[in-house]
Write a protein that binds this ligand. Sequence first.
Ligand code: MN
Length: 196
Amino acid sequence: MAITLPDLPFASDALEPHISANTLSFHHGKHHAAYVANLGKLIAGTDLEDKSLEEIILSVAGDASKAGIFNNAAQVWNHTFYWHSMTPGGGGKPSGKIGAAIDRDFGSYENFAKEFVAAGGTQFGSGWAWLVNNNGKLEVRKTPNAETPLTDGVIPLITMDVWEHAYYLDFQNSRPGYMNAFLEHLVNWDFAEANL
Ligand code: MN
């Protein structure tokens, strides 16, 4: 199966005013698309060509000679997961099963939000902040560059891209401004609950 660029799960202006159509046109149409194109070239004619994206990521993780394949494959996966981690009118304190699980494992939504923003804020350089399910317990993680918690055997619930390309056009250097907008207005809690 060829790895292709999935459509955004919303219109390109649907996350405005928090994330602009201009940001998404570069982030999805250029950055995400480039990871897909690069991966396609790297696996063409190899035994990875017919594998799923998840199989490719897990089979090359930790192999320094295949870092290029890992980086592009994981970035394809991470970005698709990121688009689904946001929805117009999302964000805020969740209710339902996901809200109860956050209260159970972090003590409160406010504690979770603090930990999540700290993870994104202390990821030096490029990377990702995650809410994951580690064997039944929710945890916040951060990963550098293309790294993904898929390789740690945990189940990602949501992710936030903290590479500068995710926010620079809308927030310039203010990663905190972007992270607050993500939490207050964009998180797709229905997606997080479905992954639970
Ligand atoms: Mn990105």
